[in-house]
Design a protein around this ligand. Sequence first.
Ligand code: ZN
Length: 116
Amino acid sequence: MKSEQLAHYRLVLEEQLAHLTEATGAHESVIDESHTTKDFVGADRAAELETLEVDASITASEHRLAAKIHYALGRISKGIYGFCETCGEAIPTARLDAKPSVSLCLKCQEAHELEP
Ligand SMILES: [Zn+2]
């Protein structure tokens, strides 16, 4: 993916994150790019977040979306954004435009969802 495209999606993702945190009053700045949902329950993270009362104001699905956006931003930094995590194929830009936080192509996403 071209660097201009990466810059575009980074902007879109950062905007989404801003809206998410605006709506919930959360301070995402305490969560850096390398942290995923799993880390929200990490002891020191939890204490940090508790202080900011993030847990009370952000829903589970918003948590997941925020984590996905952070993950996608991390993938942009690494230059691997826009490629399917499973098969390595380029994800169509139409799909990325609709859902910039996706990390799987449609085929792999569907296969993933069909898993028992
Ligand atoms: Zn794939």
